[in-house]
Design a protein around this ligand. Structure first.
Ligand code: 5AD
Ligand code: FES
Length: 348
């Protein structure tokens, strides 16, 4: 089968074999990528028209008990500046976000055990009582099924937990031995079973990644059927073991966004901050390749630079209001518009 036929097969069947996916990713030409992009854009337009959902990201703690080799928040990074927002500070981010039109708040942190189930449930309940028309998304890492259930019962609607890579061996080159892909996957299945709109995802171009690994990522997404999917290029952070590694390719990231759009036509797919960091027009390109979500930062500006997953992260100096204005302009420039719906996943 040639590459155009593989793309057509994915559009029709929403799946191809691991060999076909790896071959396509490795050898796709610019013309074929444009063919793929058009199909992905058409699919996104059919499901969401030219609407782009926004999510207000609140990075509420930079403490992390994990030691992932790629991440600037890893516990071994002694140069990392650690902070925690208080409940009041988090609520104040929500308040200003609500005023700006946000109807989804994404609470993200390192794996910080200071935030017990009780503490997180209390924050979620408060946000849901103050803003009953808003969705709360949590992105706080691996926890027990009981913990996830308590957070769901407290009112959390969605949960983001990237699987990072769907290959066991590759997983173990990115993480210390106490972490496992098995546990990661179990968390994702638990989240789905509990009823969260669940987001998986991975980095493109992380050290040691092969095209076969990326094919496995796509097959895993096909199996999991997540409601959301976060994909961005790997970008080195200077205070990690991967400081000297190369960044992931923007072009390959765009190809993967398009493939995910064809495989999961109604998935909520962000044009990520990492993509916008790797390329000045990365988020616009992401949208044109099938993405339909952007996630501006609502965190207090004084802590922005301290939530440093990778180097040179964009928007660390801007107020949320400026980011919205900037993003609205960027989306408009490519024929899209930001909408303030909650933007839930729908089956159709
Ligand atoms: N480059 C790009 N993305 C990164 N993440 C963490 N570190 C990096 C990095 N160096 C991503 C991971 C994580 C998400 C919150 O950020 O995929 O799940
Ligand atoms: Fe933050 Fe453009 S999105 S400044």
């Amino acid at each position: 089968m040639n590459r155009i036929e593989i793309i057509e097969k994915i559009e029709k069947n929403r799946i191809a074999s691991s060999e076909e996916l790896a071959y396509l990713l490795e050898t796709i030409t610019d013309e074929e990528l444009e063919f793929l992009r058009k199909k992905a854009q058409k699919t996104a337009l059919a499901h969401f028209s030219n609407k782009i959902f926004i999510r207000g990201l609140i990075e509420f703690s930079s403490f992390c008990k994990n030691d992932c080799f790629y991440c600037g928040l890893r516990r071994s990074n002694k140069n990392a500046v650690r902070y925690r927002l208080s409940k009041e500070q988090i609520l104040s981010c929500c308040k200003s976000g609500y005023g700006l039109g946000f109807r989804t708040f994404v609470l993200q942190s390192g794996e910080d055990m200071y935030f017990t189930d009780e503490a997180l449930c209390d924050i979620v309940e408060k946000i849901k009582s103050l803003y009953p028309d808003c969705a709360v998304t949590l992105s706080v890492g691996e926890r027990s099924k009981e913990s996830y259930k308590r957070l769901f019962d407290a009112g959390a609607d969605r949960y983001l937990l990237r699987h990072e890579t769907a290959d066991d061996e590759h997983y173990s080159t990115l993480h210390p031995s106490e972490m496992s892909l098995k546990n990661r996957k179990e968390c994702l299945y638990n989240l789905k079973e509990i009823g969260f709109q669940t987001g998986a995802g991975f980095m493109v171009g992380s050290p040691h990644q092969t095209y076969e690994n990326l094919a496995q990522d796509l097959l895993f997404l096909h199996e999991l059927q997540p409601q959301m999917c976060g994909i961005g290029p790997f970008i080195p952070h200077k205070d990690t073991p991967f400081a000297k590694e190369k960044s992931g390719s923007v072009r390959l990231t765009l190809a993967l966004l398009s493939l995910v759009r064809l495989m999961l036509p109604n998935v909520l797919l962000p044009a990520t901050t990492a993509l916008g960091t790797a390329d000045g027009k990365g988020r616009e390109k992401g949208i044109l390749h099938g993405a339909n979500v952007v996630m501006p930062n609502l965190s207090p500006t004084e802590h922005r630079t301290d939530y440093s997953l990778y180097d040179n992260k964009i928007c660390t100096g801007d107020e949320a209001a400026e980011c919205i204005k900037c993003l609205s302009g960027r989306m408009q420039s490519i024929g899209y518009k930001i909408v303030t719906d909650r933007g839930d996943y729908t089956e159709k």
